[in-house]
Design a protein around this ligand. Structure first.
Ligand SMILES: *[C@@H]1O[C@H](CO)[C@@H](O)[C@H](O)[C@H]1NC(C)=O
Ligand SMILES: *[C@@H]1O[C@H](CO)[C@@H](O)[C@H](O)[C@H]1NC(C)=O
Length: 404
């Protein structure tokens, strides 16, 4: 309805409302603009050609964002940006820096450039950093080939590392072909990851998807991880970890551990893994520890609503962990495993033993609970369960029948 069609008094009221509305939206817009200064890396010299080293421009953008007393955005437009290893360090003058990434960050094709650094891209001592969108392409395939050839090769860099940081968000990020781990959260509080995709080949060495350790309040939601090692690995000192809606495969499953590498080690406690699908993975839900003395532990763990599709070891606690059977400690694990619940786990095992608890003879696993577990060997054959030094209960329908 046109303004002029209204009776006089209404016209004035409508006009006033319009003026107030315009004035208000203007203020709101300028407030948003003032609240978040944006630094476009291209404006600072980055080139979206995939060939020109753009590291300096990213460092410059971070320096500006970190020095700003107000919330800031570092914007990476579409295109491929070549980046060497880089540390984005704090403390910063504000606690709201967003990396809005529309493009792809690509590591140098020569793996030696970043291969001896712990991380390719790392955030250290920051508070309130969000990474939204983007693709991180570490180009790890040539390093994997080097490792498989038996030559001497660098260890390789983690693609994205956060250490000693708080209030972190990673949303809609894709990580491709990491040299080593894809994402590592170490010594952090309150980290939320959502809609993350990880992709590396099923036979790539040590390319764990997301690794968490010495951290409290980490949440991983709605993510899809396919890789050559653990989809999610949970190290010592992890507390209050929530993982929900995960598709894992290829990979080695979701693993707590390996624990007990060290004599003095922080425990893992309060971990929930809810609604996960494992497709063709080596393990499903795993807890693993080395067979040697340790102060470590894994307590209050809930695995709920998981689907296993052709998984070699759907449910496994292995306290004699020793991959490749080389240099095994061959002692007894000191890691104490207790209060672990498996609830509504079903699907198919690729091997006959679908449930395996191989615990420490000195510190047997206790209060292991199986509730509504139904696993078959391949599609139709009955599976088996095996217990060593494991105690607990079973309720509901449990197949293969419990050996606890
Ligand atoms: C356990 O972790 C959840 C988040 O995963 C948290 O909300 C809850 O408070 C934690 N419980 C304890 C006792 O720490
Ligand atoms: C448990 O681990 C020990 C030590 O590695 C091994 O000898 C044994 O065969 C395992 N038991 C099962 C049932 O896998």
């Amino acid at each position: 309805m046109a303004l002029l069609d209204l009776p006089c008094r209404c016209r004035i009221v409508a006009l006033l409302s319009l003026i107030i509305f315009v004035a208000f939206s203007h203020t709101a817009l300028s407030a948003t603009a003032a609240a978040a200064a944006t630094y476009n890396v291209v404006g600072l010299g980055a080139k979206p050609d995939g060939k020109t080293d753009s590291t300096k421009a990213f460092v410059a953008a971070w320096a500006k964002a970190c020095a700003s007393p107000k919330p800031t955005v570092v914007y990476v437009p579409p295109g491929r940006f070549l980046l060497k290893n880089v540390v984005f360090g704090g403390d910063c003058n504000n606690n709201a820096i967003t990396f809005r990434i529309a493009g792809t960050l690509v590591a140098p094709s020569d793996y030696r450039v970043i291969g001896n650094s712990d991380n390719w891209i790392s955030f250290h001592h920051v508070n309130g950093v969000t990474i939204a969108g983007g693709i991180l392409d570490a180009q790890g395939t040539s390093l994997w080939a080097c490792k498989k050839s038996g030559k001497t090769c660098p260890t390789g860099a983690t693609t994205l590392g956060f250490s000693n940081s708080n209030n972190i968000k990673v949303v809609g990020l894709t990580s491709l072909n990491s040299q080593m781990f894809h994402i590592v959260i170490n010594g952090c509080n309150n980290v939320k990851m959502q809609g993350v995709k990880v992709s590396a080949s099923g036979n790539s060495p040590n390319t764990d998807g997301i690794h968490v350790q010495m951290s409290t309040g980490v949440t991983i939601l709605n993510s899809k991880i396919g890789t050559g090692d653990d989809c999610v690995s949970i190290g010592p000192g992890t507390n209050s970890l929530w993982i929900e809606d995960i598709a894992c495969g290829p990979g080695h499953g979701i693993s707590i551990g390996s624990l007990g590498k060290d004599l003095n080690e922080e425990g893992v406690k309060n971990v929930t893994v809810k609604t996960a699908t494992f497709r063709g993975t080596q393990n499903g839900l795993r807890i693993k520890s080395w067979a040697r003395p340790s102060s470590g532990s894994a307590r209050n763990i809930l695995f709920q609503h998981a689907v296993m599709i052709n998984v070699q070891n759907p449910i496994v606690i292995d306290q004699n962990y020793c991959p490749d059977n080389k240099g095994c400690p061959s002692q007894v694990s000191g890691v104490k495993v207790s209060d672990v619940t498996y609830q509504d786990i079903h699907g198919t095992s690729a091997t006959e033993v679908a449930v395996k608890f191989n615990c420490s003879s000195e510190y047997p696993c206790n209060n292991i609970r199986l509730e509504d577990v139904k696993l078959t060997y391949k599609n139709v054959l009955p599976a088996q369960s095996s217990c060593n030094h494991a105690a607990g209960t079973a309720s509901g329908l449990v197949l293969p029948s419990s050996c606890l």
